[in-house]
Design a protein. Structure first.
Length: 80
């Protein structure tokens, strides 16, 4: 794929809120960029870091864990 299509995919994944996939795609974009384009590479690195941060921030839905803990310990007489 070309640089433009890889870049567009990274931006599309970001817009969809698919932060971890976008971070991986930014790495693909970084691999395509020549080392002589240091300013663009810095921008891509910053975008990737932002995606990683966002991907780590919004992992708060752990549904089912507390219910599983209650079921596992309910037979032992442990109240949660």
């Amino acid at each position: 794929m070309s640089f433009e299509s890889e870049l567009a995919l990274a931006e599309k994944l970001e817009a969809a809120g698919l932060w971890r996939r976008a971070a991986r795609q930014w790495l693909t974009v970084l691999d395509i960029l020549p080392t002589s384009q240091e300013q663009r590479r810095s921008h891509v690195i910053a975008r990737r870091a932002e995606c990683i941060t966002m991907g780590n921030c919004f992992c708060t839905n752990y549904s089912g864990i507390s219910e599983a803990r209650l079921v596992d310990h309910s037979d032992m007489g442990v109240a949660a």
